[in-house]
Design a protein around this ligand. Sequence first.
Ligand code: SAM
Ligand code: SF4
Length: 314
Amino acid sequence: MKFAELSALYHRPLFDLISQSRAVHLQHWPGEEVQRCSLLSIKTGGCSEDCAYCAQSAHYFTGVEREELLSLENVLAAARRARSQGATRFCMGAAWRGVRDGSGKFECVLEIVREVSQLGMEVCVTLGEIGPVEARKLKSAGVTAYNHNIDTSPEFYPEIVSTHTFQNRLDTIAAVQKSGMSVCCGGIIGMGESETDRLRMLEVLSNFDPPPDSVPINCLMPMPGTPLADQPPVDIFELVRLIAVTRIALPKARVRLAAGRTRISREGQALCFFAGTNSIFYGDKLLTAKNPAADVDVVLLRELGLQPQGVTAS
Ligand code: SAM
Ligand code: SF4
């Protein structure tokens, strides 16, 4: 979709906009289904990059300690736990700029993926920059989807990161698309970007060929010690509008309400689901940030009459 179309949608009266996005949603998805994904940090902290929102960057004193890659046993235990709590997608994140074929750490990740993919959940990884060889090997090891967010507009990106470029992100996404892995790509709002930046981000995402299968919308979790530590929370109606426009622009994508749900009321989350969200991250921790407790989410979904994917209605 073009910027002008996205902007016209975004500025419609709120109820008209969310009625339209709900109609699009119901054409493409079972209206009540919500996928629960679990996210595990398999390699935490000490990252070479300077992403201004990130507690794992080695450029800032955030209190997040650098850790080694988790062992296969620990990752498998976490994946089994997530499955028993109802997750149907298991995502593993590493605080790396990227990973290259031939390195010991890449071999370890491939081994982890081979084992985790036997558990019957969708397997997603987010390891930073990769090229065509890494993408092909990850796919044959059993990865379903690769997450690599563009995070914001091409224009605002240099304000947020100086150690790599927006084009670097696009190159990795192209390698993932070529391998046949599904692309999970979205961004963050609340970093000081303008409304234009948010819509430009959607313009870029909706013009991917093929479009991403999964679009996480994160609200900034301001992390102490990072340059964005004092950013105010995102206005709920701005978030709902963005989710609705995402649903219309990317009708077949899972729209994931990702980081930042701890700062959104139950009523706010309900509006997000109505506007087009059909996935949440589930479990008490999101990489290094807080997330609502799993039992709180179970109650919320039940009260809204939403149906967790993979659980039959009773
Ligand atoms: N290093 C890899 C990369 O940069 O792609 C993978 C891990 S990175 C932590 C994954 C994503 O988490 C980022 O692209 C960003 O969208 C999101 N994220 C990280 N810190 C965040 C924060 N404080 N608030 C909101 N989203 C955040
Ligand atoms: Fe590193 Fe990823 Fe955090 Fe950027 S977002 S500092 S690349 S872990």
